[in-house]
Design a protein around this ligand. Structure first.
Ligand code: NAD
Length: 271
């Protein structure tokens, strides 16, 4: 019997790297890590938003919080980050590969169709969403393998598991893209590879697969309705609904779990 189950979720004295920290979910995950007591290294290419997040977290939490602005697909930058982490913290316990490049923001007519999808956009997405995960896992996971302990969580999407139903997008301008499907699917199996590779090193590696998050600032009601109808729960996720699963995966609460995929999608992939 566990004396105090809540202790298993405690991240005090743990150090975590969170990529894509300045984004919608990054912000949520950063707060969750800090609330659980972890020291957090916020990694994002968006220096302005990342600094803002660092300052606001420092006002609320006592743990060590630093922001590092870099491109996760640049191996030299991640090598420098590794040196900084070792110098400042001497250890790394948690890596959350959450960053992703979203070309939908500037979606062109060409990007809406697979037949005309630009190769340069495809390559850029592979570079961040997949190569970035490879580089961060290689450089930072190696700290964990050496110290014989650590946890990596790779953030994927339902579109890494099933094809995007193009019928729900229409002219919404949010059409899910082939590069997203390919990279998010790939990291589900990269997760299994890394978990298996580090057997005996006590480095646990899991995927957290998410469904779509409601954001009325850019989503039309017609899209929200069509998306919601494809979930069993009949709605999109609120941005805070993944925090519990994230904390579970990065903490000792999931100590017997590695090489697998935790799916939280309102039932999207269940029917
Ligand atoms: N929001 C959703 O509906 C949803 C659904 C399923 C899965 N996800 C997954 O959740 C994760 C976070 O999504 P989000 O909605 O918070 O995205 P977001 O676009 O709000 O945030 C992504 C962050 O990554 C950063 N980034 C981009 N390229 C980078 C690079 N080269 N180096 C470092 N940082 C870089 C961006 O600056 C941004 O802050 C992603 O992996 C995404 O695939 C999101």
């Amino acid at each position: 019997m566990t004396d105090n189950i809540f202790k298993n979720f405690d991240l005090k004295n743990k150090t975590a790297v969170l990529t894509g920290s300045a984004g919608r979910l990054g912000n949520e995950f950063a707060h969750t890590l800090c609330q659980a007591g972890a020291n957090v290294i916020l990694v994002d290419i968006d220096s302005k938003e990342n600094k803002k997040l660092e300052l606001s977290l420092k006002k609320k939490f006592d743990s060590k919080i630093i922001s590092c602005n870099l491109d996760i697909s640049n191996q030299n930058s991640v090598k420098t980050l590794k040196k900084q982490i070792l110098a400042k913290f001497g250890q790394l316990d948690i890596l959350i590969n959450n960053a992703f490049f979203n070309p939908s923001i500037n979606q062109t007519q060409k990007m809406k169709k697979f037949e005309t999808f630009p190769l340069e956009v495809w390559n850029k997405v592979i570079g961040v969403n997949l190569t970035g995960v490879f580089v961060c896992s290689q450089e930072l996971g190696s700290i964990m393998a050496k110290q014989k302990g650590g946890v990596i969580v790779n953030i994927s999407s339902i579109y890494g598991m099933v094809g995007a139903d193009q019928r729900i997008y229409g002219e919404s301008g949010l059409n899910s893209q082939p590069s997203y499907a390919a990279t998010k699917g790939a990291i589900v199996n990269l997760t299994r590879y890394l978990a298996a590779y580090w057997n005996g090193k006590n480095v646990r590696v899991n995927t957290l697969t998410l469904g779509g998050v409601l954001d009325k600032s850019y989503m039309k009601n017609s899209f929200i309705k069509k998306y919601s109808e494809k979930t069993i729960l009949g709605r999109m996720a609120n941005k805070n609904e993944y925090n519990g699963a994230l904390l579970f995966l990065v903490s000792d609460a999931s100590s017997y779990m590695t090489g697998t995929n935790l799916v939280i999608d309102g039932g999207w992939t269940a029917w």
